[in-house]
Ligand binder design. Structure first.
Ligand code: GTP
Ligand code: MG
Length: 343
């Protein structure tokens, strides 16, 4: 059977300085989801949030002009505290794209710069969310509106303050060697970084940021996002956790192929390669039903891109950040070698 290649959901890492609004931005995007049974609803994954393209279009409006072939966006949150450099680097390595969240009133801070350096190292395309615009003195809130609509409603003085703050960011980015502009003035995504003014609290600018991300994915990475959905799974371990009733588990972001219960997998431990077998694959249940025993729903298989919890024997000693690969059709030695190289 010929292997079908499909375009998988791009993984978008949300990075930035502590308290600049990364988690709030994702909360607001999730909160705008309609009832979870409806098709195209935004869902929570292990360590990630999946926004299907339907939901993007619903929020984005302006998107309809672009022909869309990306199935959606999978967002990963990262902590901004300075102690979590490795977590951020891991997120950065995994990401196809990123949002760097900057409090527009505070400007660049140390972890903003660190995030930009990580993204530069990995050559990851990104967009800047100039967040907390609702805190600009005199700002008049227009809930959930695209940026240009809400900007048009502000008085000249407020518009002036916003422009100045955006240009401060442009200046900082330029010092670091990045060309940038307010997103609505960017015509070539390859040459300029888009700055999108947003508010994670009022939803202003969120349609635009989703639109810019889809635009980036569509124009610059549809080739790199082509995966074979029925190929052996490959992913990155975000966390290694003991879970009551499940034993040791891995929180995994799967970025290629699929993973099935019973699959042989290879991961990296502290000082050796670990071979084991997937016992169960667990998805988080919607947030409304979080009785401890029923936090997870068991599934038989999962296809990239996705965040999933993997339970398996022999996981003690797996290191966070480790690559994970499934073994299929007897290529065990090859896979072990690959995992060894990727650690
Ligand atoms: P860390 O995970 O600790 O790095 O922080 P974070 O970047 O995830 O920030 P978080 O979303 O937790 O927000 C920090 C604080 O800023 C919270 O009190 C939010 O309510 C507030 N906040 C975030 N975004 C906005 C915004 O757009 N406008 C306003 N007014 N407050 C915001
Ligand atoms: Mg946070």
């Amino acid at each position: 059977m010929a292997k079908e290649s499909t375009i998988r959901t791009p993984i978008v890492c949300v990075m930035g300085h502590v308290d600049h609004g990364k988690t709030s931005l994702l909360d607001r995007i999730r909160g705008s989801s309609v009832v979870s049974t409806e098709e195209g609803a935004i869902t929570q994954h292990i360590g990630a949030t999946l926004v299907p393209i339907d939901a993007v279009t619903r929020m984005g409006g302006a998107l309809s002009k672009v022909s869309v072939n990306v199935p959606g966006l999978l967002f990963i949150d990262t902590p901004g505290h300075h102690a979590f450099t490795t977590l951020r680097a891991r997120g950065g390595a995994l990401a196809d794209m990123a949002i760097v969240v900057v409090d527009i009133n505070e400007g660049f801070r140390p972890q903003t710069i660190e995030a930009l350096q990580i993204l530069r190292n990995y050559k990851t395309p990104f967009v800047i969310a100039a967040n907390k615009v609702d805190r600009v003195p005199g700002w008049r809130v227009q809930e959930n509106q695209p940026f240009l609509k809400t900007f048009a409603q502000q008085n000249e003085r407020v518009q002036g303050i916003l422009e100045t703050k955006v240009y401060e960011l442009v200046g900082k980015l330029s010092d670091l060697g990045f060309n940038s502009e307010r997103f609505d003035r960017v015509s070539d995504f390859a040459r300029n970084i888009c700055i999108v003014p947003t508010s994670a609290i009022t939803g202003e600018g969120l349609p635009d940021i989703l639109m810019v991300l889809i635009g980036l994915a569509q124009r610059y990475m549809t080739e790199s996002l082509k995966v074979s959905a029925d190929g052996p799974g490959a992913g990155t371990v975000l966390e290694v956790k003991e879970e009551r009733g499940l034993g040791m588990t891995l929180d995994l972001i799967l970025y290629d192929g699929n993973l099935k219960v019973g699959d042989e997998i290879v991961v990296a431990g502290n000082d050796q390669i670990i071979e084991t077998k997937v016992r169960s694959l667990l998805k988080p249940r919607p947030m409304s039903e979080i009785l401890i025993e029923e936090r997870f729903e068991r599934v038989k298989s999962v296809t990239a891109a996705a965040g999933i919890k993997v339970a398996a024997p022999k996981l003690d000693g797996v290191i966070a950040g480790s690559p994970l690969r499934a073994v299929r059709s007897g290529n065990r030695d090859e896979v072990i070698e690959q995992v060894r190289r990727e650690v």
